[in-house]
Design a protein around this ligand. Structure first.
Ligand code: ZN
Length: 294
């Protein structure tokens, strides 16, 4: 199968320089942030980190796995699945330490009217000062769980079941206990974390943010002022979630500027290149430099 972007017109470099990008942010009335896995990876939440994987998941490492991304959607037996999730989610989602990359990004946005769309399910935006009403996370949240059937559209707070699974987790086997494998409070069947990995995924509870994002975009299109779109770390793993919508939004907001920050794929479609800057950079370097400059 060919890579999805090979079916589209070749991407080109945006015409703006990094200095232009700083100026655009400085002059912006509105900021839309589109974030992909690269942003959380820069903050240290890296699904490809093999060293940290070995440290946290010795049993899975012995079984031949090398990084967390290999486990996304991989069908482990239930006791091992919940053992993995307990450790992984505790590490990536349930901590309360502030993260400086996300905080720098919050400071960069400052008092400007803003909205965030992120493919990350770690809630790092809302954990670092962004208002939950202005953050749309269509791929879910590791701190929620749902019925796998699903028998109901309801989702529940996953902290309790994850704590239980973590308490009973045995690092030697990588499994939690049988009784720590949670079941649906409604039907007693299998449950899963509320993150997109199949047609069972429930996203009803994210609709208020989606409506708010659409209203925000409507205002950006009709009220004038400078809108800057900053996309960070959204490559081609799931381009339909952030990257391609960001390109469409930039296209429709005729006066807007796009700053695409990406270590490997900073190119943009030719039609928006005159209004774009392609920054070949790690998310952290870009955010640090921009906030230091501003
Ligand atoms: Zn159920």
């Amino acid at each position: 199968m060919s890579h999805p972007h090979q079916q589209l017109p070749p991407l080109v470099g945006g015409h703006g320089t990094i200095q232009d990008a700083f100026d655009w942010v400085d002059a912006a009335d509105r900021v839309l942030i589109g974030a992909g896995a690269g942003l959380s990876a820069a903050a240290g939440y890296d699904y490809g980190d093999t060293e940290r994987f070995k440290e946290l998941f010795p049993a899975l490492h012995r079984a031949g796995f090398h990084a967390r991304y290999e486990l996304v959607g991989y069908p482990l037996p239930p006791r091992h699945q919940w053992g993995f999730w307990a450790v992984h989610v505790n590490d990536i989602r349930l901590g309360d330490q502030p993260d400086s990359v996300y905080q720098d990004l919050r400071n960069l946005v400052g008092d400007r009217d803003h909205f965030v769309m992120s493919s990350n399910v770690d809630a790092l935006f809302t954990r670092n000062g962004f208002d939950a009403a202005r953050v749309y996370t269509p791929q879910g949240d590791y701190a929620l769980y749902q019925c796998l059937t699903p028998c109901t559209r309801q989702v529940w707070d996953a902290r309790g079941i994850l704590r239980h699974a973590l308490d009973d987790y045995d690092p030697r086997t990588g499994a939690t206990s049988e009784k720590a494998v949670p079941v649906c409070p409604n039907c007693g069947g299998a449950v899963t974390l509320n993150v997109f990995a199949g047609s069972w995924y429930i996203n009803d509870h994210f609709q208020p943010q989606l409506h708010a994002l659409n209203d925000w975009l409507h205002n950006a299109a009709h009220e004038g002022g400078n809108t800057v779109v900053i996309e960070i770390g959204a490559g081609f793993n799931t381009p339909g979630v952030i990257r391609w919508p960001i390109e469409r939004i930039t296209t429709h907001l005729h006066e807007s500027r796009l700053i695409r920050v990406n270590t490997n794929h900073p190119g943009v479609p030719p039609a928006i290149a005159p209004r774009a800057a392609s920054i070949t950079s790690n998310a952290m370097d870009f955010v640090r430099r921009t906030s230091a400059w501003g």
